[in-house]
Design a protein around this ligand. Structure first.
Ligand SMILES: Nc1ncnc2c1ncn2[C@@H]1O[C@H](COP(=O)(O)OP(=O)(O)OP(=O)(O)O)[C@@H](O)[C@H]1O
Ligand SMILES: O[C@H]1[C@H](O)[C@@H](O)[C@H](O)[C@@H](O)[C@H]1O
Length: 397
């Protein structure tokens, strides 16, 4: 371990291991495998299933939307990655999948299975949630098939995101991702969810300690693990940070990064929250795109916070204003001299850089534009926070 404050950490696969695996896999005819040299070759792998989200408030259905971290994640990565970065998504749905023509699944079509599409009921409480309190109770109503190692493409990727929602990313699938991808970023929800009371027509989502799962032994080969503040106690931040960089998202308070030898708090952006679903997913994708742009982890978390805030201002998978996206890319082009150096190199740096405050200020202006547009387009409510009923609607399928 390298606890130095100017820390850098090894990527998912150690160099020797990569060489051995490349040789083994080239013998078996695996495509690629030659490492990732330049921007043109940066391809990411997103693994996790799309799902149906039913939003309930006071016992009433107030919205039905496309869900699944893979949908939110690919939505942000497609929008915010530097030119030349591409994406493969491995997701499974049933024949009942209602959102095949929505933007994210249309760009990254899922595998069709005989089992029904994974489906969640999210019950929102009427009490205003605090930044750290659980904002909703989740039940898994249907579960599609797991994603097996053999479902992953047989080629190498610059980075991978393990973003299951219903236990579909099996331990052996995560292990395969680690072998295929130079850097793997994991959402803790893919590892620590368990489902109660399946027999009664749906399982309440609860959490188990990461240490007690078969995923724990893979952590030293994971680059970043993201958890919400509700999930963090199950992750065990103090143990996990010795194995990989842990990011804890804190809702409207932004996030904190913990690595072996240091930590940082990253400030949030303003948002008019109407639906918190997908904030964590959009955060993780914004963070990954920040790494793709060549930012340090603490600077990349600014982009995570930015897209987390953008996600909560819309119901379901958000549509981003092209002008806002253009502004964000201009800010990044100005701030970053050479994109893709960090996710593509041998190490990550964690520290906040000298451009951090300037980047935060510029992104804050873009975030204010999103808020102003949102406020201009929606009727005023006395509670701008936590899912106001009249703002929840269905997404077109
Ligand atoms: N109300 C808000 N205002 C501004 N930023 C927010 C707000 N809510 C979330 N965010 C941003 O999104 C990030 C992720 O949010 P949060 O911690 O709520 O994730 P989560 O609980 O995993 O979300 P979900 O499970 O709904 O996807 C936060 O770190 C923050 O940057
Ligand atoms: O669509 C949502 C979203 O992906 C959330 O991150 C996840 O916690 C939920 O289970 C899912 O229904």
């Amino acid at each position: 371990m390298a606890p130095s404050p100017a820390a850098a950490m090894p990527l998912a696969a150690e160099p020797d291991e990569v060489v051995v695996e490349v040789e083994e896999e080239e013998e078996r005819g695996v495509k690629g495998g030659g490492g990732v040299a330049g921007l043109d070759e940066v391809e990411g792998l997103v693994v996790g299933s799309y799902c149906h989200d039913v939003l309930l408030r006071g016992g009433r259905v107030v919205g039905e939307t496309l869900g699944g971290a893979a949908a939110f994640v690919s939505n942000v990565l497609d929008a915010a990655s530097p030119a030349g970065a591409s994406l493969a998504v491995v997701s499974k749905v049933g024949h009942d999948f209602a959102y095949a023509t929505a933007a994210a699944p249309a760009r990254h079509p899922p595998v069709l299975c005989a089992s029904p599409t994974t489906s969640f009921h999210a019950r929102f409480s009427d009490d205003a949630a605090s930044a750290h309190a659980p904002d909703r109770q989740l039940r898994r109503v249907h579960a599609c098939d797991p994603i097996y190692p053999a479902d992953l493409p047989d080629r190498r990727f610059a980075y991978g995101l393990a973003v299951g929602v219903a236990g579909e990313v099996l331990p052996e699938t995560l292990e395969r991702m680690i072998r295929l991808c130079r850097a793997v970023l994991v959402d803790a929800q893919a590892l620590i969810r368990a489902f109660d009371g399946e027999a009664k027509g749906g399982g309440a989502v609860r959490h188990v300690a990461l240490e007690a799962t078969p995923y724990a032994r893979l952590l030293p080969r994971v680059a970043f693990l993201k958890a919400s503040s509700e999930e963090a106690p199950y992750v065990g931040v103090e143990t996990a940070r010795r194995r990989c960089c842990v990011i804890v998202t804190e809702g409207r308070d932004g996030c904190r990064l913990y690595w072996d030898g240091g930590e940082a708090r990253v400030a949030p952006f303003p948002a008019v929250q109407v639906d918190p679903t997908g904030a964590g997913d959009s955060f993780l994708a914004g963070f990954a795109s920040g790494l793709l742009w060549g930012l340090s982890a603490t600077d990349a978390a600014l982009l995570g916070n930015f897209f987390g805030a953008a996600a909560v201002s819309q119901v379901g998978v958000p549509t981003f204003d092209p002008k806002m996206l253009q502004a964000v890319k201009q800010i990044l082009e100005k701030a970053v001299k050479r994109p893709c150096t960090h996710i593509n190199g041998n190490t990550f740096t964690f520290q906040r850089s000298s451009i951090h405050d300037e980047l935060h200020k510029s992104l804050q202006e873009a975030a204010m534009l999103v808020c102003e547009q949102k406020q201009a387009n929606s009727p005023a409510t006395d509670n701008g926070d936590v899912c106001s009923i009249n703002e929840l609607t269905s997404l077109p399928s």
